[in-house]
Design a protein. Structure first.
Length: 95
């Protein structure tokens, strides 16, 4: 399972607390296929309410694009790209 954290701030650089009611969309794609992800809101400590943890499972090596939209608008000019390399074969993970 892979994960990353997002932190949200207002235009005046003060933390913006996020919750499931906020219109935040995280799209993860690999080979033109949407990858399911889960979200956790807030951090372990007080004052981390502006954090979101996004988790997903990488099932195939290659480049993944991650787009974060707030109220339907991308937060960056282009999506983030992360490349995952193949791992070692394990007899415990074979079908």
């Amino acid at each position: 399972m892979e994960f990353f954290f997002l932190q949200f701030y207002r235009m005046n650089s003060t933390p913006y607390p996020v919750s499931p009611e906020d219109y935040i969309l995280v799209e993860i794609m690999h080979n033109n296929t949407f990858i399911n992800s889960s979200r956790e809101y807030g951090g372990e400590k007080w004052g981390q309410g502006n954090m979101m943890k996004v988790s997903f499972t990488v099932r195939e090596a290659g480049s993944y694009t991650i787009s974060v939209l707030v109220q339907g608008t991308l937060i960056t000019d282009k999506p983030f790209t992360k490349t995952f390399l193949p791992g070692a074969v394990s007899k415990y993970h074979l079908i």
